[in-house]
Design a protein around this ligand. Structure first.
Ligand code: ADP
Ligand code: MN
Ligand code: MN
Ligand code: MN
Length: 346
């Protein structure tokens, strides 16, 4: 078949970026290669990426995925391929919203550090009809938190089928999902991606977010909220912990190095928070396994700290660290770029 159905994905210009997509039918013989996929345009004035008077923006294909939704026969008319794009201005410069461009530069600069990142994406599955988390009563609340985290059974988890389907599709699409679990609030879940290189983990997270929305649309009508505090009160918010390491941290037992990395993170705490997602102050309250947004702390196995030193890292003085501050709705290009910049010269 010559005609290939290709889904172009990009991020819009909102403060919390949304995924946008449109479909192009392209005649390509045989296997599809990224070089065979043409650039495309769109109306940037409808996505906060351009003025109305001069609204053309360019979609520059940067990473190609074979869409495994096809294999899973979830939706027979879905696209053969997904292509992630950077948004460029008509003169070829990166659009102001193009946060990937900056991470690309930084990860090249610090390539020799061989940094790895693993991201834990938490989210809540919402019922489109009731606009409530799935399985929640239409009025009032389900049983208080306690049994939901890593829970088993239909009374404590909702839509396991959907999350397993998503993980399977991601893996077949080439996205390295390393785990999934039910989270502390009913209808809240998590998947982990990586560890992989800075750019790769961020690209893959955006496409995993897109695939999750797609599965939710087709299996629902459901949708996903990445709101860091979807339900106020005594309910956990959603985060996106970023685990990171450098080659040195993974291979050499060096407690001074680890302490210096943490010191740099402490010095730059305020700048990091600015890159870690909007509405995070509602989540980082100092309760519900978080440190307060205005405080910085680190600790061995401490889930109430900004930076958790995993037990194995503390024991061997090597391994990786976990930054627990990023919110579920963070733009990974911005959050990871901040970490790369802060630790790159340690
Ligand atoms: P927890 O819920 O206990 O915080 P998870 O098992 O959910 O931990 O997530 C651990 C994350 O750490 C995964 O995303 C994994 O990819 C990542 N990770 C593991 N080893 C490394 C490493 N050496 N460098 C960076 N990230 C790592
Ligand atoms: Mn986790
Ligand atoms: Mn979690
Ligand atoms: Mn974690």
């Amino acid at each position: 078949m010559k005609l290939k159905k290709i889904k172009y994905l990009w991020l819009d210009g909102y403060d919390t970026p949304n995924i946008r997509s449109k479909t192009k039918y392209v005649e390509i013989e045989g296997d599809v290669d990224i070089d065979a996929i043409p650039e495309w345009g769109f109306d940037g004035s409808s996505t906060m990426q351009a003025e109305g008077k001069n609204s053309d923006c360019i979609l520059k294909p940067v990473k190609l995925y074979r869409n495994a939704m096809k294999i899973f026969d979830l939706y027979p008319n879905c696209c053969n391929h997904i292509v992630l794009c950077e948004v460029m201005n008509p003169d070829g410069t990166p659009n102001e919203s193009n946060t990937r461009f900056r991470l690309r530069e930084l990860s090249e600069k610090y390539e020799d550090s061989e940094m790895w990142f693993g991201i834990e994406q938490e989210y809540v599955i919402m019922d489109s009809k009731t606009e409530r988390p799935c399985g929640w009563p239409e009025k009032g609340f389900p049983l208080p938190q306690g049994r939901y985290y890593c829970g088993v059974g239909g009374n404590v988890v909702q839509l396991r089928k959907l999350i397993e389907e998503h993980a399977g599709i991601c893996i077949q699409t080439g996205i390295p999902i390393s785990g999934t679990n039910a989270e502390v609030m009913l209808a809240q879940w998590e998947y982990q991606i990586g560890p992989s290189s800075p750019l790769s983990v961020c690209d893959d997270l955006w496409v995993a977010r897109y695939l999750l929305e797609s599965v939710a649309e087709y299996r629902g009508p459901y949708y996903i909220t990445l709101d860091p505090k979807p339900i106020k009160g005594d309910w956990n918010g959603s985060g996106a912990h970023i685990n990171f390491s450098t080659k040195h941290m993974r291979e050499e037992s060096d407690v001074d190095y680890i302490n210096n990395v943490i010191k740099e993170l402490e010095k730059t705490h305020k700048e990091h928070i600015l890159e870690y997602g909007l509405g995070n102050e509602d989540r980082l309250t100092g309760n519900h396994e978080t440190q307060h947004i205005d405080e910085f702390s680190s600790g061995n196995s401490d889930r109430g700290a900004s930076i958790r030193i995993p037990m194995s890292t503390a024991k061997e003085s090597k391994g990786y660290l976990e930054d627990r501050r990023p919110a579920s709705n963070m733009d990974p290009y911005r959050a990871v770029a901040m970490i790369v910049e802060t630790i790159g010269d340690v």
